[in-house]
Design a protein around this ligand. Structure first.
Ligand code: ATP
Length: 236
């Protein structure tokens, strides 16, 4: 039923003042346990879509339903979404674990010790969580930022380009993090402008181009159908 479906997007459109339509009549759904890659070149409308999903901006038309509840800025259902902010301003002289505790304290919400431990476990940082963040690689920082987004164990984890700037081994580790999270029955939505990254991290793909959905399906089918060719069209 709709109440069990993490995300349903229906005929979503966003026009910015000045006339640019960044998202046009976009519809797709994401089922529990999927890692859905939102793929498209710069300007395809991925960030605009994710900002509407996080309740930061309102759609011009259409709607977004999270577990059957329509997302509007300030909607209670937003508490079931966790989101990733790139290089989220960690304090370099504190450990990863201390940064997360500090972050969580600043939100004023109670976090269970078990949730903190589970988020750190899924992020796969191991003993490095006790090391100062200034010793971390870019990949470790990104995984710490994802652990931060996972702290409340949100039903829907939304990540805007978490593999940006990572090398192949780091992307592989990111894949393991996302798939471990989805294996708990929760759901991940991750954007990227590179098919090779989505192929690594995701189980399903939605390809966007100039605000519209141009392909959607299981990752293997999209790759076999030449998603890359579709997607190269407007690369700078
Ligand atoms: P990127 O990878 O560069 O973030 P994207 O697929 O996430 O690309 P968006 O950031 O959603 O794309 O941008 C889609 C289009 O909307 C672009 O043409 C962009 O210039 C435009 N746009 C984004 N934000 C605004 C805004 N606040 N006002 C006007 N136009 C905007």
């Amino acid at each position: 039923t709709l109440a069990d479906t993490p995300l349903v997007i229906e005929n979503l459109t966003k026009s910015y003042p000045g006339g640019l339509t960044a998202v046009k009549d976009l519809s797709f759904r994401v089922e529990r346990g999927q890692v859905l890659g939102l793929l498209g070149p710069n300007g395809a409308g991925k960030t605009t879509t994710l900002r509407m999903l996080m309740g930061l901006i309102s759609p011009t038309a259409g709607q977004i339903k999270v577990f059957g509840h329509t997302v509007t800025p300030g909607a209670p259902v937003l508490s079931r979404i966790g989101s990733f902010v790139e290089g989220s301003g960690f304090l370099p002289h504190l450990s990863g674990a201390a940064n997360l505790r500090l972050y969580w304290a600043s939100t004023g919400r109670p976090v269970e010790r078990a949730h903190l431990d589970e988020a750190l476990e899924i992020a796969g940082l191991g003993d490095a969580v006790h090391r100062k963040v200034r010793t971390y690689s870019q990949g470790m920082r990104q995984r710490l930022a994802i652990a931060q987004a996972m702290l409340g164990l949100p039903e829907l984890l939304v990540l805007d380009e978490p593999t940006n700037g990572l090398d192949p081994p780091q992307i592989h580790q990111m894949r393991e993090v996302l798939q471990r999270y989805a294996a708990t029955g929760r759901t991940v939505l991750v954007s990227s402008h590179l098919l090779a990254e989505v192929e690594q991290t995701s189980t399903h793909v939605v390809v966007m181009h100039r605000g519209r959905l141009v392909a959607a399906g299981e990752v293997g089918d999209i790759v076999a159908a030449g998603g890359e060719a579709t997607f190269r069209v407007d690369q700078p």
